[in-house]
Design a protein around this ligand. Structure first.
Ligand SMILES: [Zn+2]
Length: 286
């Protein structure tokens, strides 16, 4: 069932109780998500921002996290975003990125996180990208044998000549030989509504967000960079470097409606507090 149809079913279920003013029933989740779907949240690097006004937020320094997510599903393992490049872990205290002035740090390389789950990169069947900025595509080339799930517009934009200034094409050069699953819109990855990718363009042209439905933990919406902080989300602030401001605002509204209808937990990928509120890796939600 597509997410839209599922939300419609949810709406129809809720409608009678709204009309009579009766107490709302517990959250409806459509057909039960499958057993044995697990969501792991990983710290895939830190970004020290000298001045948050660069992100449209109130000024001042802040540390953001680059979080990644592993979903173990009976039909395969999916990694959502690949974080900051693992080689940065070799430099204690991190490395300052030349173009942006952001200091990136990696405490635990992604490869090591995967090892903790007894996974090698080749065991990851699907690698899905919210978008191709350096803090999301940093370890893309670790996965040459995986199927890469990308929005078509994102890949076209990120591989243009010359590349956009926010992109480092070398980080994801394995796209030339990897199996690609290019999305033109929403996609239900395993065909059972457990893992859905929804387009949320604006930050970049092919930006997308992730919806995960779990049997016990309920529905989670994982932001990508539809916003970088809760404050920006609440005040609908758009970073000046987003590729399309109006599209960014529309994406926020669309995602907010989806979160409301699904009574989902919203996880802002770059918010350290959102990561630490999730079970500490290798613990998981299911
Ligand atoms: Zn980012």
């Amino acid at each position: 069932m597509s997410l839209e149809r599922w939300l419609l079913a949810l709406f129809l279920v809720l409608l009678p109780s709204c009309a009579t003013g009766a107490k709302a029933p517990p959250p409806q989740r459509g057909p039960e998500p499958p057993e044995d779907v697990r969501l792991y949240a990983l710290d895939c690097g830190r970004a020290e921002i000298a001045d948050m006004s660069a992100f449209g937020d109130e000024g001042g320094p802040r540390e953001l996290v680059a979080s990644c997510y592993v979903i173990r599903h009976p039909r395969g393992t999916l990694l959502w975003d690949t974080g900051v490049n693992d080689t940065i872990a070799q430099t204690k205290g991190g490395v300052v990125h030349e173009r942006t002035g952001i200091r990136f740090r990696v405490d635990t390389p992604l490869r090591e996180h995967l090892r903790a789950l007894n996974l090698s990169p080749a065991d990851v069947e699907y690698v899905a990208f919210s978008h191709l900025h350096i803090d999301h595509a940093g370890n893309a080339n670790l996965f040459p044998s995986s199927t890469w799930i990308l929005n078509r517009r994102e890949l076209e934009w990120a591989t243009a000549t010359p590349p956009p200034p926010t992109i480092d094409p070398e980080l994801f050069s394995a796209h030339r030989t990897a199996k690609l699953k290019l999305l033109d819109g929403e996609a239900d990855i395993f065909g059972d509504g457990a893992v859905t990718i929804v387009p949320t363009p604006g930050h970049t042209p092919g930006h997308q967000s992730l919806v995960v439905r779990l049997r016990r933990a309920g529905t989670l919406v994982i932001s990508g960079d539809v916003c970088h902080t809760h404050a920006n989300w609440q005040h609908r602030r758009v970073p000046p470097f987003n590729t399309d401001r109006e599209e960014s605002l529309r994406s926020m509204e669309r995602l907010d409606a989806l979160i409301g209808a699904a009574r989902a937990r919203f996880v802002v990928q770059h918010e350290p507090g959102d990561l630490s509120a999730l079970p500490r890796f290798p613990a998981f939600l299911d």
